[in-house]
Design a protein around this ligand. Structure first.
Ligand SMILES: Cc1cc2nc3c(=O)[nH]c(=O)nc-3n(C[C@H](O)[C@H](O)[C@H](O)COP(=O)(O)OP(=O)(O)OC[C@H]3O[C@@H](n4cnc5c(N)ncnc54)[C@H](O)[C@@H]3O)c2cc1C
Length: 320
């Protein structure tokens, strides 16, 4: 099972991969998207902070984006990529279903890996439990909130969401965090900082939780924030020989170039933190698509072109 050669193979049909694939196909490149179906936010009822799609179910949003991509000629293979390699002559990906797909260039848009705590009840992730203070907190206005983590990050999340909460409890395992100015600021805003560790939780039919701690406390969590669940997805890094950045994620330029000249990386799967929300991931897909188009159009002149052309404010050059 193999597809005809493409110019670009994109791994991941999420915000970054689908956005990039449309731009690449509109530039008349032959694009193949190879992906599994579950996106990070597939578990939510509706997306928020996405222009023109406020309140739209994720399946509808992705369905429309896939349709647009198909209309511009993007090919799709729905399968898990097990291996990706990039050599002198091009790139190849191998899928669980036995497919092997080749192209000239590769865009990694796999998203990160969400590692949920073992105590989190079934079915609450994306409904009443989140890792972001912007995406779904508004929908839980007027409930008791909790924010659970190691230290400052959990207190920071609590401060960002305290305006919605009837009660806000930050449960932190690092006792030093409780003595910080951030903790004091949370207390002044009406929140509580509990130095403890969550070991279990129950939920009711609506997904409201009671958290149980090692120290014997019970914490009400009609909505729960859990920072730190998002882990770097480094699955393809060793084989592709990609360099990591100081955060331990895949190192890229602003335009998504990795240390491998045939490989770009965009979206939440890139080591670039600012792309954490949906539109950020989509924007990084646009950046990567632009860079791939320039790479193809300019060929060996790419670096000298960028060395001579004055960059717009805030725009970074091609190489990190
Ligand atoms: C619970 C939750 C709710 C969220 N709600 C919102 C919101 O309302 N608004 C907002 O702005 N942001 C929201 N976000 C963040 C948003 O979902 C992400 O910023 C965005 O999805 C990242 O896009 P991406 O393309 O990097 O990754 P994804 O959208 O996750 O896409 C990655 C794709 O790659 C595929 N893939 C991964 N590995 C492989 C492989 N080996 N082989 C084949 N395919 C693979 C996946 O199946 C997926 O289709 C939410 C996140 C979470 C976790």
């Amino acid at each position: 099972m193999s597809s005809p050669p493409h110019d670009v193979v994109v791994i991941g049909a999420g915000a970054a991969g689908l956005t990039a694939s449309v731009m690449l196909a509109r530039a008349k490149l032959r694009v193949l998207v190879v992906s599994t179906e579950n996106r990070r936010n597939s578990c939510v009822d509706a997306v928020h902070n996405v222009p023109y799609a406020e309140g739209v179910p994720p399946a509808q949003l992705y369905g429309t984006m896939e349709e647009t991509a198909r209309e511009y000629g993007v090919d799709f293979v729905w399968d898990e990529v097990l291996e990706a390699e990039a050599g002198d002559v091009g790139v190849a990906v191998r899928t669980r279903g036995g497919g092997r797909h080749t192209a000239d260039r590769l865009l990694l848009a796999t998203g990160p890996i969400d590692e949920l705590p073992s105590w989190l009840p079934e079915g609450v992730w994306g409904k009443t439990a989140f890792e972001c203070p912007f995406c779904h907190t508004h929908e839980h206005d007027g409930k008791p909130f909790a924010s659970v983590g190691t230290g400052l990050e959990a207190i920071g999340m609590a401060l960002m969401s305290v305006q919605y909460a009837t009660t806000m409890t930050a449960v932190v395992s690092d006792e030093n965090a409780a003595g910080t100015p951030m903790a004091e600021r949370l207390r002044q805003a009406g929140g509580t900082v509990l130095v403890d560790e969550v070991t279990g939780a129950d939920r009711d039919a609506e997904g409201s939780m009671t958290l149980y701690t090692k120290g014997g406390a019970e914490v009400a969590a009609g909505a729960l924030l859990i920072p730190g669940v998002k882990k770097h997805n480094l699955r393809f890094v060793p084989r592709l020989g990609l360099e990591l950045n100081e955060n331990g994620g895949i190192g890229t330029t602003t335009l998504g170039q990795t240390s491998n000249p045939r490989v770009w990386c965009a979206g939440n799967g890139s080591g670039n933190g600012p792309y954490f929300m949906w539109t950020g991931a989509a924007a990084s897909g646009i950046n990567a698509a632009r860079s791939i188009c320039e790479d193809i159009a300019f060929g060996p002149l790419l670096d000298s072109y960028w060395a001579q052309v004055k960059k717009a404010p805030g725009e970074q050059g091609q190489k990190a």
